[in-house]
Ligand binder design. Structure first.
Ligand code: E4P
Length: 218
């Protein structure tokens, strides 16, 4: 399973990268706005700064909603850096754009996916990644994990190569459950990755080992 961090915060991206297990980054307009980045040049520069920190794919989202402008914006984003993957919303114009990008060798991440039907369409159009929003489904008392399982089954039935990028991950149990269901990638906050480290028996075990090691007189 690949680990992506879902943030535009450079310090958090560095911290995850330093852990040595980071495979990529996802951003969205809300995450970029949270960092207070304004103006086209600054936004493009910020994507470049992210690409310098991490080795893997960096999803950068278009804000256009019509085919021509999604294509224009997407091309501009991919010309920035080879690590950029164009994030396109699951709307009719977005599906057409994903097909166009796929036919022209440009990788996409289809975002805002909340149903198996949407995921099927994204794969048919040739998206490199599909992003089902697990946490947001859970928020409205719908089973987000069931959606991950349904997409896995459908993609395996037909051999679709689109990678399932479990998004809107909120905590470490989401990561573990998505791994059990065979999601290809998870994207979540740093806390969801660092939470995997923690176990009280590790802490108490280490405390005892260090206590006993005092007798070594090193
Ligand atoms: C997907 O790539 C989105 O950026 C993200 O995972 C949305 O998560 P949220 O529901 O925590 O905003």
């Amino acid at each position: 399973m690949k680990f992506f961090i879902d943030t535009a915060n450079l310090d958090q991206i560095k911290e995850a990268q330093d852990l040595g297990v980071l495979d990529g980054v996802t951003t969205n307009p809300s995450l970029m706005a949270k960092e207070g980045i304004t103006g086209k040049d600054n936004i493009l520069q910020h994507y470049l700064d992210i690409c310098k920190i991490v080795d893997g794919d960096v999803s950068a989202e278009v804000v256009a909603t019509d085919f021509d402008n999604i294509i224009k914006e997407g091309k501009e984003l991919t010309q920035l850096h080879e690590q950029i993957v164009v994030k396109v919303p699951m709307i009719k114009e977005g599906v057409k754009a994903i097909k166009y990008f796929s036919d022209n060798g440009i990788r996409t991440n289809c975002t805002l996916v909340f149903s198996a039907g949407q995921a099927l369409l994204a794969a048919k159009a040739g998206a490199a990644y599909v992003s089902p929003f697990l946490g947001r489904l859970d928020d409205i008392s719908t089973d987000g994990l069931q959606l991950i399982a349904d997409i896995r089954l459908i993609y395996d039935n037909y051999g679709f190569e689109t990678e399932i990028l479990a998004a809107s991950i909120r905590h470490s149990m989401h990561v573990i459950n998505c791994a059990k269901l065979g999601a290809d990638v998870m994207t979540g906050p740093l806390s969801s990755i660092e939470g995997l480290l923690k176990h009280p028996l590790t802490d108490s075990g280490l405390e005892k080992f260090l206590e006993d090691a005092k007798s070594f007189n090193l």
